[in-house]
Design a protein around this ligand. Structure first.
Ligand code: ITT
Length: 180
């Protein structure tokens, strides 16, 4: 097993969430601050797999997004662009008067091993809140209420750290690395 791994991402929040889990397991994680070419794909897996093929061994990326049931999975693979353009306010406007508030966060980690790319996927289900609430976390956290809870990820970050899509995918990656 290597002792050192590299997470290529432009997003410091994502990096810190992953780093905490690595440290808990006694592993070091290096942040390679940067972006990677993202193909136009229908799923996070497709996008992540295509990008990870060009990485060196020991490096991983993570592609994530918010998928809203009533919007047929939108913003999904466009989550980053939609956040930058219409933002949480825009999403809430699209959801005005919509009864079905169901949604999920997905996180797909693509790790470049010696001979192959390994994919790990984490999902957390929840609901889109009626308003923007809380200041912890980042991105869509202020509008996402995880299933079985009353507060958004941005209001209850301790819950996010236990059950998020990213916690699940990164823990799967760590388990794999430890078994290697
Ligand atoms: P990369 O450099 O790693 O690609 P990014 O921020 O562009 O960083 P993505 O391409 O995976 O990340 O886009 C995912 C979008 O979904 C992005 O706008 C995030 O803010 C949002 N998102 C992802 N994970 C989230 C989380 O845990 N909580 C809230 N929003 C999240």
């Amino acid at each position: 097993m290597r002792r050192r791994y590299v997470f290529l991402t432009s997003n410091g929040h994502k990096f810190r969430e992953a780093e905490e889990l690595f440290i808990e397991e006694g592993l070091a994680l290096e942040w390679r601050r940067g972006s990677y070419p993202e193909i136009q794909g229908d799923t996070l897996e497709e996008v992540a797999m295509a990008a990870a093929k060009a990485l060196e061994e020991g490096v991983f990326i993570e592609d994530s997004g918010l998928f809203i049931d009533a919007l047929k999975g939108f913003p999904g693979v466009y989550s980053s662009y939609i956040l930058k353009t219409i933002g949480n306010e825009g999403i809430l406007r699209l959801m005005e008067g919509v009864e079905d508030r169901g949604a999920r966060f997905e996180s797909v980690v693509a790790y470049r091993g010696r001979d192959e790319v390994k994919i790990f996927k984490g999902v957390v289900r929840g609901n889109i809140s009626p308003s923007i609430r809380g200041s912890a976390g980042f991105g869509y956290d202020p509008i996402f209420i995880p299933e079985g809870h009353a507060r958004t990820f941005a209001e209850d970050y301790a819950i996010k750290k236990k059950i998020s899509h990213r916690v699940k995918s990164i823990k799967m990656l760590i388990r794999y690395l430890k078994e290697m």
